[in-house]
Ligand binder design. Structure first.
Ligand code: S3P
Length: 183
């Protein structure tokens, strides 16, 4: 089927937010934006919405108030985004690990786990230093440990798609195919 036909048919069937979950560096924001554009849906980045609500960068929220405070704000921001009707939401890597936030996402959204191998994640997160949980340690070790710890939570998502080193458009197409099969 032509991509335009596939997306038009699917956009009509999506009655809830599509929520992208998965490790930092996997490409949730870039892919989420492209997916939203393809489907003609609004896009929200939960991290950006937190930064806007708090009026400070994420690293500063962690430094000044701690991770629990950040997770609390993250849950409230995601709850608000989930109430906004059909859209695509990119979440921060820890959102779906928080039990309360995950329960909200499961209740109101269609969950898509984006996964990559460790090499791809390390390569992608290596490009910026804004992530507080990657400071002061060996990035490959931290990412490897975190991925192993978090995988059981991510695996509860309804759809799993690999986001490997190839072009993001290929990942968007894989998400569309997986959605078509589950909607
Ligand atoms: C975090 C991931 C980050 C951001 C915060 C915490 C995590 O988002 O929410 O630094 O716990 O994995 P990205 O996944 O967009 O990097």
């Amino acid at each position: 089927m032509r991509l335009a036909d596939l997306t038009a048919r699917m956009a009509g069937k999506i009655d809830r937010p599509l929520v992208l979950v998965g490790m930092m560096g996997v490409g949730k924001s870039t892919i989420g934006r492209k997916l939203a554009h393809t489907l003609g849906l609004p896009f929200s980045d939960a991290d950006d919405a937190i930064i806007e609500a708090a009026q400070m960068p994420i690293a500063e929220i962690f430094d000044q108030f701690g991770e629990d405070y950040f997770r609390d704000g993250e849950r409230r921001v995601i709850a608000r985004l989930l109430d906004g009707g059909p859209c695509v939401i990119a979440t921060g890597g820890g959102a779906y690990i928080n039990v309360e936030t995950a329960a909200l996402i499961d209740e109101k959204g269609i969950t898509v786990w984006l996964d990559s191998d460790i090499d791809t994640l390390v390569e992608r997160v290596g490009r910026n230093t804004k992530r507080p949980l990657l400071r002061g340690g060996n990035v490959r070790e931290i990412v490897t440990r975190m991925k192993a710890e978090r995988e059981p939570a991510y695996a509860r998502a309804q759809i799993k798609v690999m986001s490997d080193a190839g072009p993001h458009n290929a990942t968007v197409n894989r998400i569309l195919e997986a959605l078509e099969a589950c909607l």
